[in-house]
Write a protein that binds this ligand. Structure first.
Ligand SMILES: Nc1ncnc2c1ncn2[C@@H]1O[C@H](COP(=O)(O)OP(=O)(O)OP(=O)(O)O)[C@@H](O)[C@H]1O
Ligand SMILES: CC(=O)N[C@H]1[C@@H]2OC[C@@H](O2)[C@@H](O)[C@@H]1O[C@H](C)C(=O)O
Length: 365
């Protein structure tokens, strides 16, 4: 098949910024050609956070955030084109995940909502733009997440070795790539979300850089046990979660209130590793390949290795796929699938009744 260019844009639940990549793909081979990251404007971030924890919002606020994000995604795309020297006409499509502001897969009226106006992206870039990747899967009874397992399988599946890819973004999700078996994939618990929120609340810094704060503290066993007792963690897959569950209120309800800041940070780091390890242990020993920002947290990586003796713990970068580009690459690949009317979801991961062509198309003309 012919190699075509696609752009993938991801701004994840950590709300740390926008990642955009340019790939060449024929659906099977995927080559990374360029990448740009841009911070999300601080005010925009605060407004989005307020929305993501269930704050009251007017239709006007809603529409403004949708447009502001669409504008930001378009600007990152134009930067990527400038950096790589490619013209818009040479890009087949953009796959833009958008910003998740609410995800309720198990409610009576399930939905997952991502903001970022695709009309604006298509209009400003001149490139066909695909958005809203999750709701078709949900319409078919699925969780609408995770969507990356099919892509993980394509780029990191191994003929003989069991590999588990864990994306540690705001939420942590795993893809179990077992030779000769269907891919399994589901969310396993918080990724950086609780660690980031605690650090931000007590130091003002957006995250605990290199685990400096956590290393000053001690794990509090009673608190760790209360965190691990969260019933969602023990639910069988398919399952997905988000900030709607793992937020400040959830943590505060489990604190005594007199804990030292660094001890809570240490305990949250341990909890994040333990919730991932607990799921990985269900499978026989193999390789655990980490992508997403959590792979840059040295304490988290140490704790995963310590909790999983017998597993080789490394980043996906070592296995050949850039850990920071992985998710954006997945949405570039999903755009390829949609444009060619091929399915993007894996029913065994999301629980949907069938594979489906995902997303909403916005043509630039
Ligand atoms: N040097 C570092 N030390 C500690 N943590 C780090 C470091 N670098 C990145 N991180 C963590 O990674 C986070 C960003 O991760 P990432 O970009 O994968 O999130 P995301 O795009 O929101 O992901 P998702 O969509 O999967 O939720 C930061 O908020 C921080 O917690
Ligand atoms: C609703 C939503 O945005 N979910 C994200 C989030 O971030 C990680 C995890 O939770 C995963 O389920 C998903 O993202 C990836 C890209 C996915 O769909 O596979």
């Amino acid at each position: 098949m012919v190699m075509e260019h696609y752009i993938g844009i991801m701004s994840g639940t950590s709300l740390d910024g926008i990642d955009a990549v340019l790939v060449a793909t024929d659906g099977r081979r995927i080559e990374l050609k360029g990448a740009v990251s841009a911070p999300i404007d601080a005010l925009l971030r605060e407004r989005l956070l307020a929305l993501a924890v269930g704050g009251t919002v007017t239709a006007r606020e809603w529409g403004e955030l949708d447009v502001a994000l669409g504008q930001a995604y378009a600007e990152v795309t134009l930067q990527l084109l400038a950096d790589t020297g490619l013209r818009a006409a040479e890009v087949s499509a953009i796959g833009c995940h958008g910003q998740t502001v609410w995800h309720q897969p198990d409610a009576e009226l399930p939905f997952s909502l991502q903001l970022g106006d695709g009309n604006r992206i298509a209009g400003l870039t001149g490139i066909t733009t695909i958005t809203d990747f999750r709701r078709k899967d949900m319409a078919l009874g699925g969780q609408g997440a995770p969507l990356v397992p099919a892509f993980h399988q394509r780029v990191l599946g191994h003929a003989e070795r069991l590999r588990i890819v864990v994306n540690i973004g705001g939420i942590a999700n795993i893809s179990v790539l077992a030779p000769g078996r269907p891919v399994q994939g589901y969310d396993v618990g918080p990724g950086n979300m609780l660690m980031d929120a605690w650090c931000r609340r007590h130091t003002g810094a957006p995250y605990d850089k290199n685990a400096a704060l956590a290393r000053q503290g001690m794990v509090l066993p009673a608190l760790l046990a209360r965190l691990m007792a969260e019933p969602w963690l023990a639910l069988p897959p398919p399952k997905s979660t988000g900030r709607e569950l793992f937020n400040d209120a959830w943590l505060d309800a489990r604190l005594d209130g007199d804990e030292a800041v660094a001890d809570v940070q240490a305990t949250l780091t341990e909890f994040t590793a333990a919730a991932i390890a607990q799921q990985v242990r269900h499978f026989s020993d193999g390789e655990l390949l980490v992508c997403g920002g959590g792979g840059h947290n040295p304490l988290l990586m140490e704790r995963l290795a310590a909790l999983l003796p017998g597993w080789r713990v490394a980043t996906t970068t070592i296995a050949g796929v850039d850990m920071d580009a992985m998710e954006a690459m997945a949405f570039a690949w999903l755009a390829h699938q949609t444009l060619h009317r091929l399915p993007g979801n894996l029913p065994e991961a999301t629980g949907a009744s069938r594979p489906a062509v995902l997303g909403a198309l916005h043509f630039p003309d």
